[in-house]
Write a new protein. Sequence first.
Length: 199
Amino acid sequence: MRLTILFASTALTLAACSGGGGANESAEASDSLATDNMATGEPATGNTAATTEAGTAADYVATAAASDMFEIESARLAQQKAQDAEVKAFAGMLVTDHEKSTAELKTAAAQVQPPVPVLSAMTAEQQGNVQALQAASGADFDKLFLSQQIPAHETALALVQGYAASGDAAPLKQHASTVAAPIQRHLDQAKQLQGKIGQ
């Protein structure tokens, strides 16, 4: 029950604090995420099955995939638009690490019984935040980008740490455990950069 509450809270916080998706994906993103959030399976036997209770394998996959997509889309914009060289380098690291995380998530989700689909979907709030980045320019872009990255990574870290500790599917628990360190590193660097360029 505690994990259920954690996932509900995490999903809402991620929607509010993370950035948005690419404009080309906006039309299908909300519907896709809603479908994934409703995905259910039979009650778990051991650590490999998705269950019908909220906060399970399907919830983790949907939320983690949305988080990764936001990081990738917003970081690609930063690679193009950021003024500070360190912010651009940080964005490059985000793209590399979150593309790797997405690939590993797909592998892990396929190992769950029954397999959990990984849909490329972001929330409407995330899409809106990316649109805000698209509209920003100059030093304002750098500040906005970092102001989104910090809460997004705080939320993602809570998600993966919670699932690694109490998740219901072993392959996804391993994924959560593996990506926790890179997420923490991203969070620390975002805070450092924000301290450098200001808020």
